[in-house]
Write a protein of this length. Structure first.
Length: 271
């Protein structure tokens, strides 16, 4: 892989993870704080964030299916582009409804958004493994994390400051564009053929997949690993989801909360 191709891969995966980190920052950091500033009960806010984290917690259940269903006709590029389109479409209702008065509808759309986002994450990682040389993967991962942190900073912190001056529709539109921003780079990327499109080959892969799934599901180490992962994830994401409302209840202004998420949290995550 020549230098030009390496830089294209670095920029592509940084952009893909920016598209992934932007909605996470807004929905898990900025939105809970903004809702609390608007007087939404903390019970509703924590219900929303707990629902949104479920697809990320359980994505291991359908992640292997992406490998099974990926072939010459439906590639990882198709998975990512479809997921991004669905993510952006599910945010569109936020342009027209008030979350506090149409809470159930918003939760349903954001849950579907989270499923698409988790699926996109799986497909992006699979794409990196399949297209990036093993010696370059560590550096690519650094670029991916940089893109993700930038997205979280802008839409998890800076967006809160912007919301004090501009209508929330501006932020939502910018978020939708951020999600779709990496599509141009992805469309220009040429991928090697990914498997075959023969029906019998897909059947064989499905048979092997369910056989391996049963084997993994019955293993004691799997159950222990799931408990540890669930507890660690709940602790990390739970803290992030309630940090904004907590600061609002302690009298911090939107600008201060936005600065906290946009700078301090990002620096801590980089440490």
């Amino acid at each position: 892989m020549n230098i030009s191709t390496l830089w294209k891969h670095r920029l592509l995966f940084a952009a893909l993870y920016f598209s992934e980190g932007a909605p996470i920052g807004f929905l898990w950091w900025a939105l809970p704080a903004q809702l609390r500033l608007e007087g939404v009960p903390i019970e509703q806010i924590t219900l929303l964030t707990s629902v949104l984290v479920l697809p990320w917690t359980l994505k291991f259940l359908w992640a292997p299916l992406i490998d099974v269903l990926t072939d010459a006709r439906w590639t990882l590029k198709h998975w990512i582009l479809s997921a991004q389109g669905l993510m952006a479409a599910c945010l569109a209702p936020l342009l027209f409804v008030d979350i506090s008065t149409a809470f159930a509808i918003v939760v349903a759309f954001l849950l579907l958004h989270a499923v698409a986002a988790a699926t996109q994450d799986v497909a992006i990682d699979a794409l990196a493994i399949r297209t990036v040389p093993s010696g370059e993967r560590g550096r690519i991962n650094g670029w991916m994390q940089a893109g993700m942190l930038l997205g979280r900073s802008l839409f998890g912190g800076v967006s809160l400051i912007i919301l004090t001056r501009l209508d929330h529709k501006v932020v939502i539109l910018c978020l939708m564009l951020a999600i779709l921003s990496s599509a141009i780079l992805l469309l220009q990327m040429r991928l090697a053929p990914q498997g075959t499109s023969r029906t019998e080959d897909r059947k064989e892969r499905f048979t092997e997949f369910f056989s391996q799934l049963r084997s993994v599901a019955t293993a004691r180490s799997t159950r222990l690993g799931f408990v540890v992962a669930l507890m660690a994830g709940a602790a990390f994401e739970g803290t992030g989801a309630v940090a904004g409302p907590f600061l609002v209840d302690r009298g911090f202004a939107a600008k201060s909360v936005g600065t906290f998420f946009g700078i301090h949290v990002i620096v801590a995550m980089m440490s």
